[in-house]
Design a protein around this ligand. Structure first.
Ligand code: SF4
Length: 153
């Protein structure tokens, strides 16, 4: 069977006349054997939604540590409520970040906020790289800083 697949029943150019299985082959009977098998549909990743708070004072931002269990468990993060399956209420976001995880993609809105929430720490913006932010939050922070630079230019 493996030889047949390699030499005769090639996906793009099956040699059906030479194939010992052609008498019982539905693909051959269809007259368009190259259309089989039908391409697999790509799995559609569901969307999830999140809000992250950008709380800045004196050149630092407030970071928290995510719960040990769950996505990005135990990692540094911008504070914010749990992600949901429903779009967050419209807030004036500083930036929006789309991020693809294995099983879903996340639309994260970063909004300005005044009050530090949760247990966390002030991370100097000029040492943001030392915070160990995962890619999602690193991108969110970079996007805010880039948007600010663009406004100032
Ligand atoms: S007859 Fe069927 S099994 Fe044989 S080469 Fe054609 S498509 Fe493949």
């Amino acid at each position: 069977m493996m030889d047949l697949g390699a030499t005769i029943c090639r996906p793009k150019s099956p040699d059906c006349p030479a194939c010992p299985l052609n008498a019982g082959c539905s693909a051959f009977a269809s007259g368009e054997p190259e259309r089989f098998p039908a391409p697999k549909r790509k799995a559609v990743r569901p969307a999830r939604y999140g809000v992250a708070h950008w709380i800045e004072r004196s050149g630092s931002i407030w970071l928290v540590r995510r719960p040990a269990k769950g996505m990005l468990g135990g990692m540094a993060a911008l504070p914010g409520p749990d992600w949901t399956d429903e779009p967050a209420p419209a807030e004036t976001a500083l930036v929006h970040v789309s991020h693809v995880f294995t099983h879903f993609h996340l639309e994260l809105a970063v909004v300005a906020s005044d009050s530090p929430t949760g247990e966390g720490w002030w991370q100097p913006l000029d040492r943001l790289v030392d915070a160990g932010l995962p890619t999602l939050y690193r991108r969110a922070a970079d996007s805010v800083l880039e948007a600010r630079s663009a406004l100032a230019a």
